[in-house]
Design a protein. Structure first.
Length: 184
């Protein structure tokens, strides 16, 4: 029997999943609340963090790469590689979130200076990026929790629609940065 088949025979841990699902929702609500507060209030740390937007773009790009590699790994039944790549995506996402909070919690917003269809296109892309990021966060965390607690059938079912959302957020972030870059 293959390692993949052995892995699928692991027993689900319902108690751990319950705790992780609750934590997923709490973390998501806290992150959403923090982002809303950052939009209204700025801290003056006396530190120039204007170098962070390209870091955001790089981290998001790495998330996208890790996600694609994770899907390729699991399609090849390489669970260990899948877990490594998902771990990379999670680490880059956490680093992104920390940098995002540091930047947007201390810096004034940079506005797109374009006009016409370019500006409208940017605003539509940005809005879809932000909305998808906000909506997908709890479901990303729950999907990770399902995999971590050996609920593989539910994990696969949920990942089929969560993966494209997470990938969309990871890809549109750098595109938004590139469209806004001339105005920094």
């Amino acid at each position: 029997m293959s390692d993949y088949q052995d892995y699928l025979k692991r027993q689900p841990d319902a108690a751990k999943l319950k705790v992780l699902k609750r934590a997923s929702w709490i973390i998501s609500i806290l992150v959403f609340s923090l982002v809303v507060v950052m939009g209204r209030y700025k801290l003056d740390l006396g530190v120039d963090l204007s170098f962070l937007p390209p870091v955001h773009a790089v981290l998001n790009s790495l998330v996208a790469i890790f996600l694609v590699l994770a899907v390729m790994a699991i399609k090849n039944k390489n669970v260990a590689r899948h877990k490594q790549m998902i771990g990379g995506a999670v680490v880059c996402s956490i680093l992104f979130l920390l940098c995002y909070v540091a930047y947007h919690g201390t810096q004034e917003e940079v506005r797109h200076g374009g006009e016409g269809m370019v500006r409208i296109g940017y605003l539509i892309l940005l809005a879809s990026h932000i909305i998808t990021a906000a909506i997908s966060l709890p479901f990303i965390l729950i999907t990770l929790s399902l995999g971590h607690t050996n609920h593989f059938a539910r994990h696969r079912k949920m990942a089929r629609w969560v993966f494209p959302l997470w990938l969309y957020v990871a890809v549109t972030g750098p595109i938004c940065y590139l469209m806004l870059m001339p105005y920094y």
